[in-house]
Write a protein that binds this ligand. Structure first.
Ligand code: HEC
Ligand code: HEC
Ligand code: HEC
Length: 441
């Protein structure tokens, strides 16, 4: 009996200790908003301060705030867009300066705390579907410029929607534990051994650009891997694979010319690859608006990313099994019928100059990449590179979702992954079905 009491006491003490630790970890690096607030003067952006506004507008592009905080057909920055996560749906907030439903009553410090610490004005912990795990790297100066810009936008009265997260993910306690494990606030610290340009690139890629929100693997609790890995991963719920930016076989750009990387981010196309799916959206809404100087700095940083440690060795090429060979044979006929007119009889693509209107499929890593998720997406749903100022009318690819069944798509992809010198594994009807069955958007 005495033993039980002792044990219970011990457990209680441990529980209190653990809660205190979680609490401490959740408020580390926070500025007390309410104490300091009284004396704080808002950097109100008047027409006399157009520079601050312009800078804020630019930074908002770099962070793609509008992309998430605008519902389809809704008012800019008024929120209400649902972000599907494996734990339920999180709705973006109204960040227009409306007093009641937006952030009109916030001070720059409240705003800074949201961006830097992931905490709302009310003190509520915010869900990391808001990529503050990246934005925490943003400087206070940039945060103030963003705030001034948002404060200059039209106020829209639109109350926030309630998140529909499943138990236990909807609770603040669960989120606090998650944050204690995976979130560490901290402004970007320049690496003195690197050039100013590299540092600028690192700041933009890891901070506002939140490239790692997609290009990092996620664990079962939805946390992105730590470190500069950008090691690639399947984007939850979207069924697009954001390949590792440090792997030459996938999305690495280490051996690209800097201008080719700039071109991809500025125009959506480049002589080496084009931006598709969620990446097309990133170019469309964000990177195309960045200055050449900033894009060039990002390119420099991306070129020098350390190579991924866990790069899977390309699977040794084996002669296709007879089943795969038969599939590839069928695939060749389907290719002739449906694809050749644009991509050429030898997968060579077609078009004038360095930018091929119709990309080559021979020797294209998007075709031979180990993950076949994006390939299946392209064939089922078609695709457009983003329409950018520099490439206003991209050539498009029609969807084949209603034309080809799973077996046909698998045969076709098996063919293009093994023809014209390409050497990649076969695609199974099951791989196609997985994507087709999950067409959530
Ligand atoms: C990937 C999508 C995404 C992007 C990009 C994004 N946000 Fe958000 N943001 C969210 C979500 C989701 C929430 C709601 C989180 C919650 O309620 O827990 C949110 C919440 C916020 C909040 C807190 C609002 C409140 O009422 O508590 C602020 C402030 C905010 N975002 C500002 C920004 C700014 C500034 C940018 C651009 C630098 C930005 N967001 C970019 C998804 C995004
Ligand atoms: C919303 C998710 C998302 C975000 C955010 C994102 N990417 Fe991507 N990215 C993708 C996907 C998916 C692909 C694969 C499809 C493709 O190749 O276009 C990709 C592909 C790429 C490629 C390889 C292109 C190719 O075809 O070889 C590069 C380079 C790249 N991204 C850079 C970036 C940079 C830099 C950022 C930050 C500014 C970024 N991405 C942010 C989803 C994202
Ligand atoms: C009407 C012309 C057209 C037809 C027909 C067509 N494509 Fe495409 N395809 C394109 C264009 C244009 C792009 C580039 C679009 C983009 O980047 O989003 C493209 C892109 C692709 C890509 C991505 C390449 C990359 O570098 O990211 C693949 C894979 C692909 N097509 C395969 C196929 C297959 C398989 C078929 C037959 C089922 C087919 N295409 C039929 C025009 C076409």
């Amino acid at each position: 009996m005495k033993g039980m009491v002792k044990l219970t006491l011990l457990l209680i003490v441990l529980l209190i200790g653990a809660s205190a630790l979680v609490w401490t970890l959740n408020v580390r690096d926070e500025t007390a908003v309410d104490v300091k607030d009284a004396g704080e003067t808002r950097p109100v952006a008047t027409p006399a301060n157009p520079d601050l506004l312009a800078r804020g507008a630019y930074l908002a592009r770099a962070g793609n705030c509008m992309g998430c905080h605008t519902a389809r057909g809704g008012a800019r920055y008024a929120g209400g867009r649902g972000i599907a996560t494996p734990f339920g749906i999180v709705y973006t907030s109204n960040i227009t300066p409306d007093q009641a439903s937006g952030i009109g009553s916030w001070s720059p410090l409240h705003f800074w705390r949201a961006l830097h610490n992931g905490r709302s004005k009310s003190g509520r912990l915010l869900y990391p579907a808001f990529p503050y795990t990246s934005y925490t790297q943003v400087t206070r100066e940039d945060s103030d410029a963003l705030f001034a810009y948002l404060a200059s936008q039209p106020a829209v009265a639109q109350p926030n929607l309630l998140h529909t997260l499943r138990f236990p993910y909807q609770s603040q306690a669960a989120l606090a534990v998650w944050r204690a494990l995976y979130f560490k606030p901290g402004v970007y610290r320049p690496d003195a051994s690197r050039s100013a340009e590299w540092n600028r690139g690192a700041y933009l890629v890891q901070g506002l650009g939140h490239c790692g929100a997609c290009h990092s693997a996620r664990n079962v609790l939805g946390a992105t891997e730590q470190g500069p890995g950008l090691a690639g991963g399947l984007i939850p719920m979207q069924n697009w694979y954001a390949p590792p930016l440090a792997s030459a076989h996938q999305a690495g750009v280490g051996d690209w010319d800097r201008e080719q990387i700039v071109s991809l981010l500025k125009t959506g196309i480049s002589p080496r690859a084009s931006a598709n799916g969620p990446m097309a959206e990133v170019v469309l809404r964000s990177t195309q608006y960045l200055s050449h100087e900033d894009l060039s700095a990002m390119a420099q940083f991306l070129k020098e990313l350390p190579k991924v440690k866990t790069e899977p060795a390309a699977p040794a090429y084996t002669e296709p099994s007879s089943a795969a060979a038969t599939a590839a044979g069928r695939g060749a006929k389907l290719y002739e019928q449906h694809c050749e007119q644009c991509h050429g009889d030898k997968g060579q693509g077609q078009g004038q100059g360095v930018f091929k209107a119709y990309p080559a499929l021979a020797g294209n890593r998007a075709v031979t990449m180990q993950s076949t998720v994006n390939l299946v997406q392209m064939v089922l749903n078609g695709g457009f590179a983003p329409a950018t100022e520099a490439n206003p009318r991209p050539f498009g690819m029609p969807p084949f979702v209603l034309v080809l069944d799973n077996t046909e798509v698998a045969a076709l992809l098996t063919h293009i992954r093994s023809a014209w010198g390409n050497q990649a594994s076969a695609v199974l009807p099951l791989d196609v079905n997985r994507i087709r069955a999950n067409q959530s958007r």
